[in-house]
Design a protein around this ligand. Sequence first.
Ligand SMILES: Nc1nc2c(ncn2[C@@H]2O[C@H](COP(=O)(O)OP(=O)(O)OP(=O)(O)O)[C@@H](O)[C@H]2O)c(=O)[nH]1
Ligand SMILES: [Mg+2]
Length: 451
Amino acid sequence: MVNNLQETHLNRARASLRQALSWYANLRKPGMSAADVELAGVVKPELEILNTVLSKLERHLVKIAAFGLVSRGKSAVLNALLGQKVLQTGPLNGVTQYPRSVQWVPSDKIQVELIDTPGIDEIGGDVRAQMARDVAQQADLILFIVAGDITRTEYQALVELRKSQKPLILVFNKIDLYPDTDRETIYRNLQLLGAGNPLEQPLQPDEIVMVAAEPAPIEVRVEYADGMVNYEWETPPAQIEDLRQTILKILNREGRSLLALNALLQARETEARIAKKTIDLRSEQAENLIWQFTKYKALAVALNPVVILDVAAGAIADLTLIRSLAKLYGLPMTGYQASKILQTILFSSGGLLLGEVGTSIIFGVGKSAAAIASGDNPVNLTAFASSAIAQGAIAGYGIYTVGKAAQVYLENGCSWGQFGASTVIKEILSQVPKDTILFRLRQELVEEYRI
Ligand SMILES: Nc1nc2c(ncn2[C@@H]2O[C@H](COP(=O)(O)OP(=O)(O)OP(=O)(O)O)[C@@H](O)[C@H]2O)c(=O)[nH]1
Ligand SMILES: [Mg+2]
């Protein structure tokens, strides 16, 4: 992918995360109310996640996680990539018990964290699933290690992992154990894996790589100069170059965009959790606030006889409501941000503004005329009242909708504003070139996140 484009994606993601963090920053300020202290305590873990995600982004740190069943050689594959035996390997099942990370610097510009995991079939049910999900969520790229034809459990695990919508390389390890023909047959079987549902998107040829991370020693016949013949055990070197090249190719082509997208997806989910917690704490107050503003605006607009003031007063009420809601939810917001949000809401709620301005003018003019004429004619006073009630009702409905929309917006962690995570995700996905893994993932992401 064009480097500039990748850089743009990184910058946009960084801006979005910084904005999110600064919006929630007031939760950490001293001198806040008891209610805010409670809220700050509740959302602390989420703020920490946002900080971690941002620092990962700033360090350009790519995380690659290895998954697979026990003894397939997950630890051995990571060691082979590292070029040294850092992680423990062994013939017994369950050598690796907990996820473990090691640093890998495959080229001077790229920093990678390799994450080793226990065999998916090793730890018990729920714990295993949750741990796998946690690691998969952090990872930017997944290596799924198999060592031959795959079992049913392996297939299910693979399908499950693909749901995380991360780029995935299927690593066929221990090829030293198979004669060439068997190896080719297995390779073809692996390629056919995605042909039917539920894997949906079949794996592409470059997403399956054959390696021998820790080849078994072989017996070699050694003939010495004096004619003596001996049989000795020799360990062949690891065959890992194809995998290293595949990873580097992906990282160079789209590593930074993957990083950006992943950070945004994590941010979005985290912001949604913050919002959910906040809403749960403050929902009743928010509902009351919206109703108060609805009544106030309906009345103010109805009683105001001057057309243009209706519209202005209406907008001020909308903005005040948005800012009050933001305050209630613990989001600092400037008048400018509130007006941006109001614009977004009015724009996306299908001409609500036009409706309000339109009715303001139609009823408002009638109302103003009626007010002018009402001096000596009681019929006109009735005309004023009916225009006023109609306009007041519409304005009331308008602000109620704005209030509700603002509530949803704030509940979503403000994720659809200009720098909102959703907007930036959408932007990145709309720009990825055709030859990338991101492009192939795009369809699934669009469906999954309804963006
Ligand atoms: N023949 C052969 N054996 C391998 C290869 N890679 C790993 N092994 C062996 O397979 C066994 C398991 O390797 P590990 O790397 O510990 O496997 P793992 O998937 O990390 O296993 P757990 O941590 O127990 O889940 C070890 O005895 C390795 O020596 C390979 O390429 N060829
Ligand atoms: Mg291991």
